[in-house]
Design a protein around this ligand. Structure first.
Ligand code: B1M
Length: 209
């Protein structure tokens, strides 16, 4: 569909305003939020990701595209929340220490909110100490940890170990995810749940409570 291709292109060019406008138009045309996300926003970031890997574009271009993508998902999030229901549980979510990637985390947050969870977002590059403090203060049923780098995924284990140390491990279910994370890794570090993508993350979260 032309408008979805336009959204994908606007992401690749980092045109935040165009993305916002096009996403609103696509919603008005009756295209589902899921389709806009998959075939427009994520298609664009996926294509840019390939060029990033091949050194055809660099960090600044990707950052600008990421901002444009967050602009688009914010509109979708509002739509999902508008259709939302009463909270069915509370989730604390964070990208682990040393990791600045937040697009995937934001999508997981959006899907969790759409599924009826109240979500407390700690942001990116969050240390185990900050996470422990948030678990103590917020008392969530689920702690959701995202990591995008092979060098930071091990910090998901650091958080699980810190929860044990603080006698909180039995009080909260831990879900992990992010591109380099696998079910085998989740099992190895003692997480309660793993999801490959944001939609599955919402299903897994429901199954955990
Ligand atoms: Co970075 N980066 N990056 N980057 N970046 C990757 C991840 C990389 C694969 C690119 C590459 O080389 N091919 C590579 C990692 C290599 C590795 O470790 N194996 C990489 C690198 C190396 C780096 C830097 C080190 C580059 C540098 O500085 N030289 C640097 C690190 C900075 C840091 O974090 N300390 C860096 C920086 C950046 C930017 C800041 C420029 C930017 C991030 C901006 C932002 O997030 N606000 C960026 C981006 C955008 C990418 C790519 C292009 C796209 C990532 C993304 O957002 N994908 C990425 C290449 C790629 O993936 N093609 C790359 C879309 C997003 C929807 O997918 O995050 O996987 P994803 O989330 C999915 C699932 O993983 C899952 O659901 C989501 C939706 O379906 N999921 C969960 C995620 N979290 C979950 C949690 C769950 C469950 C599911 O439960 C809790």
């Amino acid at each position: 569909m032309k408008i979805l291709e336009d959204i994908s292109l606007a992401i690749q060019k980092g045109k935040a305003r165009d993305v916002k406008q096009l996403v609103m138009e696509a919603l008005e045309m009756g295209i589902t939020a899921q389709e806009i996300l998959d075939k427009g926003l994520l298609d664009g970031m996926g294509k840019l990701g390939v060029r990033f890997k091949n050194n055809e574009v660099y960090v600044p271009e990707v950052l600008i595209a990421a901002r444009a993508l967050n602009n688009g998902t914010e509109i979708l999030r509002e739509r999902l929340v508008e259709e939302g229901v009463k909270p069915i549980g509370k989730v604390v979510i964070a990208t682990v220490k040393g990791d600045l990637h937040d697009i995937g985390k934001n999508l997981v947050k959006m899907m969790l909110e759409g599924a009826g969870f109240e979500v407390v977002d700690l942001g990116t590059d969050v240390s185990e100490d900050e996470i422990i403090k948030a678990v103590q203060q917020e008392n969530p049923q689920i702690l959701a940890l995202s990591a995008l780098l092979t060098t930071t995924m091990t910090n998901q284990k650091v958080v699980i170990d810190a929860l044990k140390e603080a006698n909180l491990r039995e009080k909260v279910k831990v879900m992990v995810g992010g591109a380099p994370v696998t079910q085998a890794f989740a099992d190895e570090i003692g997480a309660d749940g793993y999801a490959e993508d944001a939609a599955t993350a919402a299903e897994v979260a429901r199954s955990l409570i």
